[in-house]
Ligand binder design. Sequence first.
Ligand code: SF4
Length: 411
Amino acid sequence: MSGVSAGPATGLTRLPRVTVDRHRVSDPALAPIADKLAAGERLSDADGVALFRSPDLLGVGFMADAANRARHGDRVTFAANQHINPTNVCILRKTCVFCSFARLPKEEGAYRYSLDEVLAEAEGASGLTREFHIVGGLDMHAGLEYYAGMFRALKARYPHVHIKALTAVELAHLARIEKMSVAEILVALRDAGLDTLPGGGAEVFSPAVRATIADRKLAADQWLDVHRTAHRLGIRSNCTMLYGHVETIEDRVAHLAALRALQDETGGFLAYIPLAYHPDHNELGATLGRQGTATTGFDDLRNLAVGRLYLDNIAHVKTHWIMVTPFLSQVALAFGVDDLEGTVVREKIYHEAGARTAQSMSLDQILRLIRGAGRVPVERDSFYRVMRTFDDVPGQGAAPLEDTAHSAAAA
Ligand code: SF4
């Protein structure tokens, strides 16, 4: 069933034929994949594994860049958004061992914003903000009316600002504590102002991985079903994969296959966002002896590039600079990425886990980053419609990118 009707259709278009310069691909194992791209054929799961296993990162990246350019040309989009994390109280605090953000209700550092506090945080948004990105913990005292009241109040003050809120895990939690169906929760929240859903909480769908890192979390088929339900109601969403912990290459490809299959069915995903695991201040990082380390640049780039190539029916691939640094996000623009996480005022979740990046990036910093990669910056809305194109100021590409990671660590 193809039920998505709200917003412009962006999800169902398949990747066009991609011409690859074979001299740029040195690994013979990648040759059949280049052939398929040239023929406009869908990649198999074995192709996905080959892309993840290939030592020829530049070859994989070159194919992903060609695929991205075939779809989007030189344009790189960003949105002026603000993150709000209303509560870090979470009933899964003890079982999501990769999470550094959650607290038990009486634990030091636990918080739940009042409506006034949410509005005060929203006040910090610049006048340019077009989207609130709202996610938090599974808090027994933050039910349907807590979020519906929040969305109504935000829409009353900022009617032009899009509300992208609540992961599938949070929505299923609300349905459980309110004894309602997920569809009923979604309709009530949409009536209050919810526009789209973020893609978090997917982690890696493999049951074995979930048993290790998030034993009590919403199961894979339930996560997919929440998004299927949203799409059928005309509510679009994003999708993610948390990589760089205990998952295998095969687990990654199976995860991407499930996302691609749902997109074939509904067309409701707007963008794919691979999320880099951060090992600081969480039990999993300690168990793995990984604290103080993060994913490698090699793996960050490869996850983005493989996402672009394998997910041929999802139009947009986003790099999340908060997790991988603005420097790596800039390089990622040559590895199949067409969208950059936006201005992001006051992010908590990844900074609790050790992210050393700044809390926000100004419009000027974003423009410099994109132009510095030789691309054309385009401000978009939450449905990826063009709001402004910044292609009228020549010679900006040489401006240096500010060291936001360093200045954040020094602060
Ligand atoms: S990952 Fe989400 S559900 Fe799990 S403990 Fe953290 S906030 Fe709670």
